[in-house]
Design a protein around this ligand. Structure first.
Ligand SMILES: [Zn+2]
Length: 252
């Protein structure tokens, strides 16, 4: 199995990312052998080609100092104490142990979410120390936030863009003129709609537009075309907001 590996060289600070490919037989982090000169560097593990996203600094158990050799690590293998999600710098995909990719199995996501939510629930830690209770709260809140984000196709796309170092900051988006005219058209349609039938038909049109955009978005992410993903997400955000306007609109 091929794993892309990234690290930042200390000489160039954070500005230079070097990439190395190593052919390894298993993806377990603990089984990777590091050249000794790189051991102190931040190492970036990547499951999504071209998107370095995780900084791993050889995190240790806060209680007994044993190195945490799996990601995500929920409990220390030595002292069995709950670990900190912040210390591990876990991203939402890693938390659920799924690959960073746009097309995800949402049934699997929900199953993983329920298992983890049950395992880390604060009620289970009510007899533990204050530190452990706080960590369980921290895990629970991260689980809820991550699940909500990954389940929603727009939020998932925006999060992946964020992992790739981009956002849909409106000032930096160059929309094609055709789409700007389309925006005006769609807004007018929503303003003018005055029957239940036409409202339902408009809602279906917007739903269809979103389905098409999410299909294109999946392709853009799989091709690692971040700029295309950014443009598609800006459009999806517009249609998503329009859909909310349609749902809020009352017609007789
Ligand atoms: Zn420990």
């Amino acid at each position: 199995m091929f794993v892309m590996r990234y690290w930042r060289t200390s000489i160039f600070g954070n500005s230079l990312l070097r990439t190395v490919r190593q052919n390894i037989h298993h993806s377990g982090v603990n089984q990777l052998s590091e050249p000794s000169c790189l051991q102190k560097d931040n190492i970036r593990y990547n499951k999504f080609k071209g998107h370095p996203y995780v900084t791993y600094d050889g995190v240790k158990c806060w209680n007994c100092q044993t190195i945490l050799d799996i990601r995500p690590c929920l409990f220390c293998k030595n002292c069995s104490i709950i670990q900190s999600p912040e210390d591990q710098n876990l991203n939402y995909f890693e938390l659920f142990n799924i690959n960073v990719q746009y097309d995800i199995d949402t049934v699997q996501l929900t199953t993983n979410f329920r298992k983890l939510q049950n395992l880390m629930h604060p009620d289970r830690f009510s007899n533990k120390t204050e530190e452990e209770q706080l960590l369980s709260e921290s895990f629970s809140s991260l689980l809820n936030k991550s699940y909500t984000t990954l389940l929603n196709p727009l939020l998932r796309g925006l999060y992946m863009l964020h992992l790739g170092g981009l956002s849909i900051d409106e000032d930096s988006i160059t929309m094609d003129t055709t789409f700007l005219y389309e925006i005006m058209d769609w807004n007018e349609k929503v303003e003018e709609v005055n029957t239940k039938e036409s409202l339902a038909s408009l809602k279906k049109d917007v739903d269809d537009m979103l389905v098409d955009l999410y299909t294109e978005l999946s392709k853009a992410f799989s091709e690692n075309n971040k700029n295309q993903a950014k443009l598609l997400l800006s459009k999806a955000k517009f249609f998503s907001t329009l859909l909310e306007k349609i749902k809020d609109k009352d017609v007789l």
